[in-house]
Design a protein around this ligand. Structure first.
Ligand code: HSE
Length: 400
């Protein structure tokens, strides 16, 4: 079976490498040999193993009837959307790692794939190398899903881990993450929580069967986190993690990406470095946790190639992965419940005790501050009460 790779960057070159190095097991599992007939990229790669199949014009890929599988690893929606749509229209399977594309155009492309009896697969778009899309669609099907909470961005988890372990400087570690091939071209996508938000929108669309728009996911980033916050986290035997969370209550659900204090003992506490983890809670099953490398060349490529194998196994049928284009909007997070950690000025102690009866004081040896943990309440209640305090230095939701 002939395949074409669109984009020979970190992931695309990883896909080429996995297909070459594991050709024998891939052939055994697909039932046939997968040959890369074309690699499409605007750049030249002299001396590279893929140089012989390198092309610069998409027309020769999309118009070649021999190409049955198009592997899109370009990232971004332009021109990836156009290329993917045309490939599906021509009856080619598409496997992609592109979360932006899936979050934005998933329902439309899935419908197109269904109509043309081919498949649009995107295992690598969420959680890098972790299998989560297929398990969610094919294994966790007997349950009502009540919650998906995860660390869905490798770059920010890498940064937060280094800050926690070594007191490392934010910008230096971000540069290292970029050097490792973890980070997005635009760093805001990672550090402002947008990348995790897109991944959460994809997972929530699968669960609800309707289109969850990335723009409806509330996102808070990690840029404001300070060494002092981390000092408090240590004092609480907790870590600060960027958690993406979708919680279903009846027909409605919440969707939020935000840094949280996560207590030791919580399943996501020990998930460090570039590792991602997705915790799924079902009403029959309870919790399951998927974890593994969430970014980087070969783990991501491995997930893409697993889709290629799946496409080869189902060359003549659509396997039913689908969500409708009808938008479902999450509830306002004001009615979502949590506990909250707050750092405020020491002079606010008495007022804080009145506003949050039963609060738990947290001592990290900073005398000029009063820090505390509240009981459980809605975001709305918390916002109203905390507004009464002047000089808030930091606040985080707390998970135990
Ligand atoms: N920038 C992304 C991350 C890449 O750090 O998780 C994988 O989607």
């Amino acid at each position: 079976m002939k395949a074409a790779i669109l984009g020979y960057g970190t992931v695309g070159s990883g896909v080429y490498e996995v297909l070459q190095k594991n050709a024998d097991v891939i052939e055994a599992r697909s039932g046939e040999r997968i040959d890369v007939k074309y690699v499409l990229d605007l750049r030249e790669f002299p001396g590279d193993p893929a140089a012989d199949v390198l092309v610069h014009d998409y027309e020769c890929v999309v118009n070649d009837p021999e190409v049955r599988i198009v592997i899109e690893t370009m990232g971004g929606v332009k021109p990836a959307y156009e290329f993917v749509r045309r490939a599906l229209e021509k009856g080619k399977h598409v496997c992609t790692s592109n979360k932006e594309l899936v979050a934005e155009y998933g329902s439309e492309l899935l419908l197109l794939a269904k109509e043309r009896k081919v498949n649009f697969y995107f295992e690598a778009s969420v959680g890098g190398g972790i299998p989560i899309i297929r398990p969610l669609c094919e294994c966790l099907t007997a349950d009502r899903i009540l919650e998906i909470s995860g660390i869905l961005n490798g770059t920010t988890n890498y940064i937060l881990t280094r800050m926690y372990n070594e007191g490392a400087d934010f910008n230096r570690v971000l540069k290292e993450a970029q050097g490792c091939g973890y980070a997005e071209r635009n760093p805001a996508a990672d550090i402002e929580g947008f990348d995790a938000g897109r991944k959460l929108a994809i997972l929530a669309s699968i669960v609800t069967g309707r289109r969850v728009e990335f723009g409806d996911v509330v996102t808070e980033g990690i840029t404001g986190i300070t060494a002092e916050d981390i000092r408090y986290a240590r004092a609480m035997q907790a870590k600060i993690k960027l958690i993406a969370s979708a919680v279903w209550e009846g027909e409605s659900f919440y969707a939020l990406v935000a840094p949280r204090m996560v207590a030791a003992g919580h399943p996501l506490y020990a998930v460090d470095d570039v590792v991602n983890a997705v915790m799924v809670r079902g009403n029959m099953l309870g919790n399951v946790l998927f974890s593994g490398r969430g970014a980087g060349k070969l783990p991501t490529a491995s997930a893409v190639v697993s889709d290629v194998i799946q496409a080869a196994r189902h060359a003549d049928e659509n396997t039913g992965l689908y969500w409708s284009g009808t938008r479902i909007v999450p509830e306002s997070i004001r009615s979502m419940q949590s506990r909250y950690f707050v750092r405020t000025d020491a002079k606010n102690r008495q007022q804080a005790e009145l506003l949050f009866p039963g609060l738990e004081q947290i001592d990290a040896g900073m005398e000029e501050e009063f820090a505390f943990l509240t009981g459980r309440m809605t975001e709305g209640e918390f916002a109203e009460r905390v507004e009464e305090l002047d000089r808030i230095y930091a606040g985080f939701r707390f998970e135990s």
